[in-house]
Design a protein around this ligand. Structure first.
Ligand SMILES: [Ca+2]
Ligand SMILES: [Ca+2]
Length: 187
């Protein structure tokens, strides 16, 4: 019964909108039909356009989680080589300022490997910066990190414990890890 009510309210609303178009704007029924057909065509074109982008990116190994596309490597490289790979793909190493997004990505992909992220203190020891030059404002260091373990020069950051919220660890940039590229696409 409730559903029917909504339906009839919806129908009344459409009648009302059509009345406005027909009477106030003095549209003819023919003109109205053309407007509706054009709107339907536009929405179909938009659908095809959006599905092409997604399919294309899936084929290339990209996965879309609003508002970015993510690419997870299938091999391991050093932090710098990983970053180069992302740059060549028109992307960069992932920047994590919304942890929810990346943990969703991890869970959906069931990806349980340690991966590079786009964070380092290569320029100034102890000053952590993202690859886009922005300072780290919110951090998700694992317990005891960053620690430059055993006095090693640990300037690059990996996600070490993907299932935990606090999962970052600093390690030497030359170590070999999988990596995640991120491409933000403005549609
Ligand atoms: Ca360091
Ligand atoms: Ca460490």
């Amino acid at each position: 019964m409730h559903g029917q009510n909504i339906m009839s309210k919806g129908a009344k609303m459409i009648d009302y909108k059509l009345d406005i178009l027909l009477n106030i704007y003095n549209y003819s029924l023919e003109k109205l039909k053309i407007i509706i057909i054009i709107s339907l065509l536009m929405s179909e074109i938009l659908k095809v356009f959006l599905s092409n982008i997604t399919d294309h990116n899936f084929q290339q190994g990209w996965v879309y989680f609003y508002p970015s596309f993510y690419y997870i490597s299938s091999t391991k490289k050093s932090w710098h080589d990983s970053r180069d790979d992302c740059l060549q793909r028109g992307a960069d190493l992932v920047i994590i300022n919304k942890i929810g997004l990346i943990s969703v990505a991890y869970r959906l992909l069931k990806f349980h490997k340690t991966t590079w992220i786009g964070l380092s203190d290569r320029e100034t020891e102890g000053i952590w910066k993202w690859v886009d030059g922005t300072p780290m404002t919110k951090s998700y260091w694992a317990r005891g990190e960053p620690n430059s373990y055993e006095g090693k020069n640990e300037d690059c950051v990996e996600i070490r414990y993907p299932d935990e919220e606090k999962n970052w660890n600093d390690i030497p940039c030359e170590d070999q890890r999988f990596w995640i590229c991120e491409k933000t696409t403005a549609l």
